[in-house]
Design a binder for this molecule. Structure first.
Ligand SMILES: *Cc1c(COP(=O)(O)O)cnc(C)c1O
Length: 476
């Protein structure tokens, strides 16, 4: 299977190259040259397959020439650290309404589903292509992705990772998560400044030719682990295939997905095209509702105010992974034209034909912070289930749309990860912050604090260094 660029101006590459390089040279995103379909034998097996077996069946379709035993090995390793035997358990809330919990990994959010497997896949690709350089991953983080990447890459052979976080831009718990990070190949720096400063510093490092030349002599290759890498998308297809086959008893299964960069919900689209029994795909947004408008009208318009919300991982105005869907619904000439328009004027409108094709699969709805808070309170009262603010946005969208059962609300974070906002939504008057909020939420809900968050207070701090954004190259 070859991978091609959504913009059509780069040569096709192998899966290994797509995963090792991340972005295509023409600025596009790598997509598989065709979307493979499950055959009848595979479908029969998938109906009763374990998570690991499903993962192997899906991965094999996109990674030909990989050793099956090696793939099975990295899948098992990746999900061994999860706190449930099934890495993506499904909970029934009421008749026909389910929650798919994607936060049982080491950092309590859905990024672990991909970031526990992708580094091991990268390491396999490195060995298969015979490149000798060590892969050095650089990450600028506003909090969550940095920790998930650190956990994913720690002690993975042939890789090393350095994370930059804004000194005053992350929460107490997020900072504790990063500065106590274990592993021999990890480093963490606070950047004097905000998230933009940290991101600018990392972009400068990637563009620094002198640095690249120096590192090349030391046998080091800089790379990134962000969500446009095909290696991050592929592991996400697995839980949609698994859940659809698990719950389908005739009617196809609809998914409601809290969306930011469009990576998670795009994986559901691939699962559907592969032949999993999937019905509607609902894109749920917070007050940053660019995608709601786009899916309803065909006009993508980023020229609007940016809202900081209680679901920060969805605070995004340009969803990079949408480009992959546009390619699958049209062609690379159209994608180039629309992306140029977006760049030049901040908006584009797709053709009626593409809009119709889009609406064949997707619905969209959004809700603001007040409604998300009410949804957390109401779901806890009526269903005795605790939602985090991102999942609450999806729950609100599920309620608003006329969906046929079975419907699955995709849950992307543990409520403990956003304990303070969850407490407020439950009407808890106390002013608990940081670690106190974790204990308080545990006390009133009767649920225990996830082990990886509870142990942070006891773990020794390993990283203290602060760098100026203009001098980040000094850390090498
Ligand atoms: C990253 C993230 C999202 C958004 O997922 P996308 O793939 O970017 O659409 C939603 N919720 C949480 C908790 C996340 O960490």
């Amino acid at each position: 299977m070859k991978y091609i660029s959504t913009r059509g101006l780069s040569a096709p590459v192998s899966a290994e190259e797509a995963i090792l390089t991340g972005l295509a040279p023409d600025g596009g995103l790598f997509v598989p040259a065709y979307i493979p379909r499950f055959d009848d034998g595979e479908i029969e097996k998938l109906r009763s397959a374990s998570y690991g077996e499903t993962a192997l069946t899906v991965l094999k379709k996109y990674l030909d020439g990989f050793d099956e035993k090696e793939l099975a090995g990295i899948i098992e390793e990746a999900y061994a650290s999860f706190d449930t035997a099934d890495p993506a358990p499904v909970t029934a809330l009421s008749d026909g309404l389910y929650v798919l919990e994607l936060w049982h990994g080491p950092t309590c959010a859905f990024k672990d589903m991909a970031l526990q497997l992708m580094p091991r896949l990268l390491s396999l690709c490195r060995r298969k292509t015979g490149i000798r350089e060590e892969i050095h991953i650089l990450v600028a983080t506003s909090g969550d992705t940095g920790k998930a990447a650190l956990e994913g890459f720690r002690d993975v052979p042939g890789t090393r990772i350095t994370v930059f976080y804004p000194h005053d831009g992350v929460s107490t718990v997020q900072q504790a998560q990063m500065v106590t990070q274990r592993g021999e190949n990890v480093r963490v720096y606070a950047v004097n400044g905000n998230f933009d400063d940290a991101q600018t510093a990392v972009k400068r490092l990637f563009a620094d030719r002198e640095l690249a030349a120096r590192l090349k002599k030391e046998n080091v290759l800089l790379s990134s682990a962000n969500s446009i890498n095909w290696g991050r998308l592929l592991p996400q297809i697995v839980y949609y295939v698994r859940t659809a086959f698990l719950l389908c008893a005739g009617e196809p299964v609809s998914f409601v997905v809290p969306t930011g960069n469009f990576g998670n919900i795009l994986a559901a689209y691939y699962a559907k095209r592969m032949g999993a029994p999937i019905g509607r795909l609902v894109c749920a947004s917070n007050a940053n509702n660019v995608l709601t408008d786009f899916i309803r009208t065909g006009c993508y318009d980023r020229r609007r105010p940016f809202h900081k919300t209680i679901s920060p991982s969805m605070d995004i105005l340009v969803s990079s992974n949408l480009e992959r869907l546009l390619y699958h619904l049209s062609d690379s000439e159209h994608v180039r034209e629309w992306m140029e328009r977006l760049n030049a004027s901040g908006s584009y409108t797709v053709t009626d034909q593409v809009l119709t094709a889009l609406q064949e699969h997707f619905d969209a709805a959004y809700c603001d912070d007040d409604e998300a808070r009410r949804m957390i309170g109401r779901t806890y009262e009526e269903k005795a289930y605790l939602l985090d603010p991102h999942t609450a946005v999806a729950m609100a969208a599920a309620e608003r749309l006329p969906l046929q059962a079975p419907t699955v609300v995709v849950s992307t974070a543990s409520p403990f990860k956003f304990a303070k906002d969850v407490l407020q939504s439950l009407g808890d008057e106390g002013e608990a912050d940081g670690f106190a909020a974790l204990d308080r939420l545990s006390h009133i809900s009767g649920l225990s604090v996830p082990r990886s968050l509870a142990e942070l207070k006891e773990l020794p701090r390993r990283f203290y260094e602060t760098v100026d954004p203009g001098k980040a190259e000094n850390v090498f």
